[in-house]
Design a protein around this ligand. Structure first.
Ligand code: SF4
Length: 753
């Protein structure tokens, strides 16, 4: 069966290896999809969502020519030369008149589409653009900030080996987050020697498998996690010697946790205190606990504090740096678009910039102002802020207020419709592509994916788009490119590498142009038209320099440049992916980014927030008695790469889930209609009565409410776009992450007529 072609699923961060059977006209259809047994981490596993990938590859709303908006708001097709020349000229004018830092960049990839962000660094540095953001800044930046303060290194759990799995605001049955998640969950559930603990207001599919489900009230995670941590301290259940040797400043944390009123906080969370103490005892007795938090807490009240409390539990259970616990991993590349040291604060609001990213909820406020430092233009790449970020109406207003919006994407998205130029790209199955979500501490794997089908005429890959923009901006060092090409041809890669490194050392400003330089030099020499993969060669060498021992353990021999070349060759040769790093859990201590291999236990600003919990009162508006969780993962929700709703076999409308008690009280029935109203907006929903929901809590799925093109300029929408209901000002005070899982709301029955 040689017709099965290896690639990866692009619907979540796990990127399971898959094989696709092509057919139909010109072999452009995905007839069948199956798990790829040769993939090093997924090993044949996949969930049901991947089987519908043809809806992405041959989906609605595809664009196949650059578009320019006319004055009346309609679009006209233009050729690529015109598009690149006009965009470069207009961006250049904004840079010259207002400064390159007024050009904002949003996106850069999405799931498994991470090469665009690598190349965008070259365009942005040519323009002097420094402010940027992406979806991580509405989900993970609070967690990243805490992680950086305490560990100074990226840490990930290992559920395959843990004795106890602890999920906080996380339903891995649906949202995955680690390889082979459903298989691993089933393994834990059926083994009496292992335990699973779930903290979630919803009785999720994962909670069904758990030994203990702490079904807390929505938005009370900070109180519950404080109580759990306090039990350890107040009962003396933590290893004081380990804490003394392995951490710093726990003495500042202890008195704060000693003063937590455990019983009262459990009551606030709506959870039986005895059950919380039982969970604490399970964690105390475990040899290895793997913890995972996710959007249930990261898009909720006190999100950064909860990320901190979660990590205090890693310390209190001594779970760091041991098998089945929490360990440092070596990424092949840091995620995101990096062009040197980013600013610390956003220019208008002074919001904290974490991991180089401006908080998403702040961006419209930094456009809709007459402040002289406001953003004037935006490049949006493989992202859809007008749908996926809080307060869609405000985003539409903000995009309209900019002098220039350029969207680079596969489809006519909600953001593209508000752009001045739209540049069409190949799908992820029509180009060389990869994911930098390589997060496994013990055996880390990477897959460079080959194109499966040919792109339509009229689209251009992101590497070519960025390279042409850099050239049109006059920023490409043409003489260097010519000289490097000559070296490569006459003397080979080693001399080429030496010359490139020497030039970058002499002129550090060239660093950000390396992706496009490699694309124009090394790129054309790579087999199979893999020019886009040229920066992976540099990443392989950087990785080999930093982590030779990890690579030796993974089977690569030698040291220095030989190691880098071996890794790159392996990546190019093995279509199903390669293991590039193998490490022992204990080596996590040496990989910490903190001083003296110790974990920083105290974050004073969050300890203050923790102390303030005791004073916090409910300021709920009685007019909005329900809490809406906006964006729940379900069987038939995925990221919005599936733009066509017909991929959903069930839950076509993306129903609002509500408890039987609330449904009775409001006179709602299964399949009936209701109007949901929040402080920001309202929408008509189809109702699903579900005993998974607790009283006072309702949920809407993610990925719904896209505006599909139905011809003649018209669009049709199925389901509710959750961000028509969310607000910019409902956000974490420190990281600025939105409270999508805590949206006050009310519901009214709607007469079907
Ligand atoms: S959606 Fe399912 S098949 Fe696709 S990557 Fe995620 S877990 Fe794998």
């Amino acid at each position: 069966m040689s017709d099965w072609r290896p690639t990866a699923c692009i619907l979540c961060s796990i990127n399971c290896g898959i094989e696709v059977l092509l057919g139909g006209d010109d072999d452009q259809e995905f007839l069948k999809v199956r798990g790829d047994k040769a993939h090093p981490s997924s090993r044949g596993y996949l969930c049901q969502k991947a089987s519908k990938l043809n809806h992405y590859q041959n989906g609605r709303d595809r664009i196949t020519s650059p578009l320019r908006r006319r004055d009346d708001g309609s679009f006209e097709e233009i050729d690529w030369d015109t598009a690149i020349a006009e965009i470069a000229a207009r961006l250049g004018r904004i840079r010259d008149e207002h400064g390159g830092e007024k050009i904002f960049y949003y996106g850069g990839g999405g799931q498994a589409n991470h090469l665009p962000g690598v190349y965008a660094a070259s365009t942005l540095s040519s323009l002097g653009s420094v402010y940027r953001s992406n979806a991580l800044a509405q989900e993970k930046t609070g967690e990243f900030w805490v992680q950086g303060k305490m560990f100074g290194a990226p840490v990930h759990p290992c559920f395959a080996d843990c004795e106890v799995a602890f999920f906080l605001g996380k339903n891995p049955w649906q949202s995955h987050g680690f390889p082979r998640s459903r298989f691993v969950l089933n393994e834990i559930a059926k083994n009496p020697a292992r335990k699973m603990i779930v903290v979630d207001p919803v009785r999720t599919e994962t909670a069904d498998k758990a030994d203990i489900h702490l079904q807390l009230k929505p938005g009370t995670d900070a109180w519950l996690m404080s109580a759990l941590a306090a039990v350890f301290v107040q009962e003396g259940w933590y290893d004081a010697e380990w804490m003394q040797q392995r951490s710093r400043d726990f003495g500042q944390v202890r008195p704060v946790l000693e003063s937590v009123p455990v019983g009262r906080y459990c009551e606030i969370a709506g959870v039986d205190e005895a059950l919380v103490r039982q969970v604490a005892a399970v964690l105390r007795d475990a040899k290895g606990v793997s913890f995972m938090e996710d959007l249930g807490v990261q898009m909720n009240r006190h999100s950064t504090l909860v990320s901190y409390l979660n990590r205090l539990m890693w310390l209190l259970t001594a779970s760091f740096g041991k098998p089945g616990g929490m360990n440092v991993f070596n990424p092949l590349s840091a995620l995101g678009v990096h062009t040197g040291k980013p600013p610390k604060f956003s220019p208008v609001n002074g919001a904290k910039i974490i991991y180089g990213l401006v908080p998403c909820n702040v961006i419209p406020e930094e456009i809709l102002t007459d402040h002289p430092d406001r953003y004037r233009a935006m490049i949006v790449e493989s992202a859809n802020p007008a749908h996926s970020l809080a307060d869609t109406p405000k985003w539409r207003e903000a995009l309209a207020a900019l002098d220039l919006v350029v969207t680079i994407d596969v489809a006519m998205t909600e953001t593209a419709r508000h752009s001045d130029y739209v540049l069409p790209t190949p799908t992820q199955y029509e180009k060389w592509e990869c994911s930098f979500f390589n997060l496994e501490p013990e055996e880390n794997a990477f897959q460079l994916r080959r194109p499966l089908v040919s792109p339509p005429a009229g689209v251009l890959g992101e590497p070519e788009i960025h390279t042409r923009l850099v050239e049109a901006l006059g920023a490409m060092p043409d003489d260097l490119v010519a000289s490097l090409n000559a070296t490569l041809e006459q003397q080979g890669r080693e001399a080429f590498a030496y010359q490139l490194m020497t030039m970058v050392r002499k002129q550090p400003e060239l660093m950000n142009l390396v992706p496009v330089i490699l694309y124009r030099t090394l790129g054309p020499t790579l087999p199979g038209g893999a020019a886009a993969a040229a920066p992976i060669w540099a990443l392989a060498h950087f990785f080999a320099q930093r982590h030779p021992a990890s690579m030796n353990r993974a089977g690569y021999e030698g040291e220095g440049p030989i190691l880098g070349e071996q890794l790159f060759e392996a990546i190019m040769d093995r279509a199903s992916g390669v293991v590039f790093s193998v490490d022992e859990p204990e080596s996590s201590w040496q990989r910490l980014g903190t001083k003296e291999e110790k974990i920083n236990a105290a974050i004073p600003v969050l300890l203050e927030e923790l102390e303030g919990l005791s004073e916090e009162t409910s300021d709920r508006d009685p007019a909005y008695p329900l809490i809406l969780s906006a964006g729940e993962r379900r069987d038939f929700t995925a990221n919005t790469l599936y733009r066509d709703p017909r991929w959903r076999r069930r839950d076509f409308d993306g129903a609002l889930r509500i408890s039987p008690q609330d449904a009775d009280r409001l006179g709602l029935s299964d399949g009936g209609h209701a109007r949901i109203t929040t402080h920001r907006g309202n929408a008509e929903v189809v109702v699903e009565v579900s005993d998974r929901m607790q009283v006072g809590h309702v949920s809407l799925p993610n990925g719904q409410g896209l505006d599909n093109d139905i011809g003649d300029g018209g669009t049709a929408r199925v389901g509710v776009a959750p961000n028509e209901l969310t607000s910019l000002d409902q956000r974490d005070w420190l990281a600025g992450t939105p409270w999508h899982k805590w949206v006050p709301a009310k519901l009214d029955a709607v007469d079907p007529d």
